[in-house]
Write a protein that binds this ligand. Sequence first.
Ligand SMILES: NC(=O)c1ccc[n+]([C@@H]2O[C@H](COP(=O)([O-])OP(=O)(O)OC[C@H]3O[C@@H](n4cnc5c(N)ncnc54)[C@H](O)[C@@H]3O)[C@@H](O)[C@H]2O)c1
Length: 276
Amino acid sequence: MAYGLLSGKKGIIFGALNDMSIAWKVAEKAHEEGARLTLSNTPVALRLGTLEELSEKTGAEIIPADATSLKDVENVLLRSMEIFGGKVDFILHSIGMSSNVRKGLSYDALNYDYFLKTLDISALSFHKLLLLARKHDAISEWGSVVALSYVAAQRTLVGYNDMADAKAMLESIARSFGYIYGRDKKIRVNTISQSPTMTTAGSGIKGIDTLIDFTDRMSPLGNATAEDCANYCVTLFSDLTRKVTMQNLFHDGGFSSMAMSMRAIDQYSKSFEECD
Ligand SMILES: NC(=O)c1ccc[n+]([C@@H]2O[C@H](COP(=O)([O-])OP(=O)(O)OC[C@H]3O[C@@H](n4cnc5c(N)ncnc54)[C@H](O)[C@@H]3O)[C@@H](O)[C@H]2O)c1
């Protein structure tokens, strides 16, 4: 059911690759709620993914960009303002990549060139986006910027590797820029810390199937799906959350506050039974 929460609003969605992407679901939901959109991803992602389909569905123009390139990101902002005939009201940063994870290099054997690339793509790109948006005064007053994070920023999780450092930096950038942007322009900057989700990026995490099962058993409300995340993003883009900024908002069915649950104990005890 749509509520018209984004009626008349304009937004940029970075990071939809295919229909499993969290950004894809956010774009669909924002469109349903009345927003006009532009979409962005890398030229490679445009070739390998199916963004054209989302573009047709939502009437949104695709503006290719490598999020680490200041020139590309600036172009996304300027072209979006040209299309909308004015400023944007919200932006989703749904971008992450680690070559160390992809190549299976462990945290105690990282390739540092890859590590720097991980930080640039997954965290610094958020700073670049905010800096350029502010420079061009691209976001309306009371606008909202959201990036997607993960609980590995706070808690160690085997296999999440250098992405954990990138997410910690991403969340810190949201706070540091959130202060500046809030003070000067009344613009909100937040991160959403989402449950593990089966997407192209998610499937790169070591043992993702087991992880998804574990977090689901641990969370009183169960894992948050990509669709759930899209609904939450819509509320953060809407006028109903105008005083929420500089926060890392856990959207994980309660997982981040749990230490042990009955459903997880039940499953864990079964492994002892098998040993006996
Ligand atoms: N899937 C999960 O379990 C999970 C959980 C919490 C947070 N997140 C975060 O959600 C976000 C979206 O990931 P997803 O799970 O939807 O996977 P996804 O693979 O669909 O999206 C990742 C996107 O990042 C884009 N990207 C990579 N390098 C880029 C670059 N240089 N410039 C621009 N874009 C680039 C990819 O093309 C892709 O569209 C990421 O930040 C991810 O870390 C995912």
